[in-house]
Ligand binder design. Structure first.
Ligand SMILES: Nc1ncnc2c1ncn2[C@@H]1O[C@H](COP(=O)(O)OP(=O)(O)OP(=O)(O)O)[C@@H](O)[C@H]1O
Ligand SMILES: [Mg+2]
Length: 251
């Protein structure tokens, strides 16, 4: 039987046939303000509160204070979870920090989380391209005893960086949510057009306008090692975080 990590969000766990298969790396894709960070924090808060599992939130977008302020809005007692050692928030300032991979690796090794969030994965891989990996954008090849430098295309560089990050993350025992920003009208599933192929799962958050109404929808586009709901599911951002409107979801 597949070991699963429950999000603790009613409706979503059902749509996932019981939860995210353990150790999956899942991309959370969506436009601005669709609720990506809320979903991620809720996953960790529920993990600590309900299942007593350690959660690590690595943020490149909002500071620790900002994330706590948003969590308070939803009535989540982040401080209590931190004191119990069930939650840790680390903010990596993209202006000051040059070694994302090192910082992330250290944090995961020290805290040993069961649940991991990287918010945002696209920011992290973009900056790794110009920091941690900038010196590796070329290699040498030898043709008839002549050494020739080979420069990688931007796409290949991105793939190398993402693959390095993902394979690092796979070495740990965590089940991870990794956010990526999408333009409103695009058909892409990630900011880089590659992560969705490398990651084990993809959940897409969308705002759909129907007449004068706007619906927020979550679609599980891909989830390795499990059956799952394929249709879009309507959710709301409420005072308690993300709530799914449809209680009965058929798979
Ligand atoms: N207490 C609340 N009740 C209802 N909705 C709220 C509440 N607090 C925040 N929201 C909604 O949540 C949205 C922000 O959610 P969140 O930060 O999780 O989105 P995001 O996808 O991470 O955004 P970004 O692209 O900026 O990172 C706000 O725009 C607002 O609509
Ligand atoms: Mg966010």
């Amino acid at each position: 039987m597949v070991e699963r990590v429950k999000t603790g969000i009613e409706g979503l766990d059902k749509a996932l046939n019981g939860g995210i298969p353990a150790k999956n790396l899942v991309l959370v894709s969506g436009g601005a303000g669709t609720g990506k960070s809320t979903l991620c924090m809720q996953y960790l808060v529920n993990g600590g509160k309900i299942y007593k599992e350690r959660g690590l939130y690595i943020s490149t977008e909002q500071s620790e204070g900002e994330l706590k302020r948003q969590a308070e809005q939803y009535g989540w007692n982040v401080l209590e979870l931190e004191e119990k050692g069930l939650l840790k928030i680390i903010y990596i300032d993209i202006i000051k920090e040059n070694h994302f991979l090192e910082r992330t690796r250290e944090a995961i090794k020290n805290f040993k989380p069961k649940r991991l969030v990287i918010d945002s994965m696209s920011t992290m891989s973009d900056y790794m391209a110009v920091t941690d990996y900038s010196k590796q954008s070329w290699s040498v090849t030898s043709i008839q005893n002549t050494v020739i430098p080979q420069f990688f295309s931007e796409k290949l560089m991105s793939k190398k960086i993402l693959s390095a990050l993902i394979s690092e993350l796979k070495n740990f025992d965590a089940t991870a949510l990794l956010t990526t920003e999408l333009p409103e009208e695009g058909k892409e599933l990630s900011a880089d057009g590659l992560s969705e192929f490398i990651c084990d799962g993809v959940m897409v958050l969308e705002c759909l306008g129907v007449g004068a109404s706007v619906f927020r929808c979550l679609r599980i586009r891909k989830m390795r090692y499990t059956n799952h709901e394929k249709a879009s599911m309507v959710y709301e951002l409420t005072d308690n975080g993300i709530e799914f409107k449809e209680k009965e979801i058929k798979i």
